[in-house]
Design a protein. Structure first.
Length: 621
């Protein structure tokens, strides 16, 4: 969940490190630091608690010159946010520096052993163990007179240390005596190497590299990279040196900038029409009245034989999976179960030959989702992935799958990834439906409805000012209830999650009919209930649920179809949306809920893009 950057080449390293850390700050913002090797061969170390701007202030007072360096922005796991626990960490007597993302599960026994060897620890982190362990392994190498061109002793020391670690890591090592080389390694935590003109960049995702290079190399698990200004060598733990593929970076500086919006989250909310268009592009087959995907890696006959789908995900992606359950069961009559990945990875569900697992993730690095899909693969299940980040771990490990094409999502609270996931799942529902029982004419109608989606999202965004006024009215409330039924029950969960994430208001999502079975006890004049109630088969039922709340004095905000005068007469406030078919409603109804959460958080003075205790990519259990 932390962010890593590294640089080696002719330019000032700190310039890239700070720029890169700003772009990675969504991955963690408890503390940050950089280490460079100065022209006189000494380490310059600057680190601090707080945001990257505070690190910049320290660097202004205490520069870190040099053309090679590493940097880190932290999301605390072991040890509270402090200058001591901030990365980079030194190994030995300052012979090397390490930045690390991940969790080392066996750090305690290793730490005890190193303390017995005389190593003194300055932090409470598991990461400092790696630095001292590499130093210890380096001391056990034969005496190093002249370092060979392949940096074999350094590679051997790092590899020896890695074999002793249990857990996950993305790490970069900087050696004081050998400033012409960086060594990077990964296992379960992403690392990317950017290839420049006699320079190389390292980062934990591609966003820091935009504007510096358009050529990138994705490291895989158990791979180690030996990086100099002029050369990149990749070594696999079991295979030795391997050929690395250079990919083209698929986004620009503008993609990781706010583009005139006050926050990344608001920008990404307003990018949703284009994101939905990108999901649809090239995937609708008018001639066959179905959708088409190139990543199944299963034949239509194998897919036709399925009798169950298990979807697994975490957080917002789990909510998208719930939407997908309703969509696939409605259009394809195929049973779907949606499991929290953190639970599925430790459970032992009955699996048969007709089961397909779909792992849903924005980042492609979510530790629980990755562990769950690996467990399902061990049981012999085919596993498909739905992911946004190209080259991330989950697409590499699944048997097939589909990219969202939503573009970089920087805001910690996911928005456009959710609507993109729901759109793709709707197309999967169409595909499975046409394999099973949907008629040609029904397929053509669904395609027409899907093609209207981007414009419907644009219309929903036109009510932004109306939502802002409602948000300002209720920003002082400390509890919210979100209520929906059928397709919009997951929307209620997602709306409540968005409010919790960025405004720190307690909010709960429920099926509207479940209110009378207990939660209605929470209703009072200070607890608004947000009803998601566009026209559909359960509209009258939800209207009855709304009246139950009003009868007990609870204020009601209703998300309704344009022109719904019936709901407007009962609700205290309404937010209008364009009408769509029920299986697509969550893609539209979530828009005002995203805006409501955003504007309430702004009204309360919250840091929308960097909510407390959260980070974007959850790479720890």
């Amino acid at each position: 969940m932390c962010g890593i950057v590294g640089y080696i080449g002719p330019r000032d390293a700190a310039e890239f490190l700070v720029t890169g850390l700003h772009r990675l700050e969504y991955r963690g913002y408890d503390s940050a630091g950089v280490a460079t090797i100065t022209p006189d061969g000494q380490f310059a170390l600057v680190k601090t608690t707080g945001r990257i701007s505070q690190l910049e202030n320290r660097l202004a007072d205490t520069p870190a010159p040099g053309s090679v360096g590493i940097g880190h922005t932290r999301w605390a796991t072991h040890g509270n946010p402090s200058d001591e626990n901030a990365h980079p960490h030194f190994g030995g007597d300052g012979e090397l520096a390490v930045v690390h993302n991940g969790v080392i599960e066996n750090y305690r026994p290793i730490k005890q052993r190193l303390e017995n060897e005389g190593y003194v620890f300055q932090s409470a982190t598991d990461s400092e163990v790696i630095a001292h362990l590499i130093d210890s392994c380096l001391k056990h190498q034969p005496p190093i007179e002249d370092m060979a061109a392949d940096y074999g002793p350094l590679v051997d020391a790092v590899q020896s240390a890695l074999t002793q670690l249990r857990g996950t890591y993305g790490l970069v090592v900087l050696f004081r005596r050998w400033p012409e080389v960086l060594i990077a390694a990964r296992l379960g935590s992403p690392l990317i190497v950017g290839v420049g003109d006699n320079e190389h960049f390292i980062a934990s995702d591609a966003s820091p590299l935009a504007g510096f290079t358009d050529k990138i190399v994705y490291l895989a698990d158990h791979e180690l990279a030996v990086v100099t200004a002029s050369e990149l060598r990749v070594i696999h733990r079991d295979q030795g040196r391997v050929n690395h593929n250079v990919h083209v970076l698929d986004f620009q500086v503008a993609d990781v900038a706010k583009g005139g919006f006050d926050h990344f989250m608001l920008k990404e909310i307003f990018e949703q029409p284009e994101a939905v268009e990108n999901v649809l592009r090239g995937r609708l087959d008018h001639d066959a009245a179905t959708s088409k995907f190139g990543g199944f890696n299963l034949t239509p006959q194998q897919l036709r034989a399925l009798n169950r789908i298990i979807m697994t995900a975490c957080g917002t992606s789990w909510h998208a999976g719930l939407v997908g359950e309703y969509q696939i069961e409605a259009l394809a009559r195929l049973p779907v179960e949606v499991e929290y990945a953190s639970e599925l990875r430790y459970s032992n569900p009955p699996i048969d030959n007709g089961t397909l697992v779909i792992a849903i993730t924005q980042s492609g690095e979510t530790a629980d989702t990755l562990a769950a899909l690996r467990e399902m693969q061990r049981k012999g299940c085919p596993v498909l992935g739905i992911c946004n980040v190209v080259g991330s771990t989950i697409p590499q490990e699944t048997d097939g799958g589909f990219y969202l094409r939503a573009g970089p999502e920087i805001g910690v609270a996911s928005t456009k990834a959710f609507t993109s996931q729901c759109t793709l799942l709707a197309m999967l529902a169409l595909y499975f439906g046409r394999l099973r029982h949907l008629s040609f004419s029904a397929g053509k109608q669904i395609i027409a409805e899907l093609q209207e989606l981007p414009d419907k999202v644009r219309r929903a965004l036109q009510y932004n000012d109306q939502v802002r006024s409602i948000a300002e009215k209720y920003a002082g409330c400390d509890n919210f209830l979100y209520l929906g039924r059928q397709f919009n029950f997951p929307t209620a969960l997602e709306g409540a999650l968005k409010l919790k994430e960025i405004s720190y208001i307690h909010a709960e999502g429920y099926p509207a009919a479940e209110m009378k079975h207990g939660p209605i006890a929470l209703v009072d004049e200070k607890t608004p209930s947000v009803f998601i109630m566009p026209r559909g088969q359960v509209y009258d039922k939800v209207m009855s649920n709304l009246q139950e709340i009003k009868a007990r004095g609870g204020p009601v905000i209703a998300v309704v179809c344009e022109g719904d005068t019936e709901a407007a007469e009962l609700a205290d406030d309404i937010i209008e949306i364009p009408a769509v078919e029920e299986y697509l409603q969550p893609i539209i109804t979530v828009i005002p809920l995203q805006l409501l959460a955003y504007h309430i958080a702004v009204a309360r003075g919250c840091d929308v893009d960097k909510p407390r205790n959260l980070a974007k990519s959850v790479t720890v259990e």
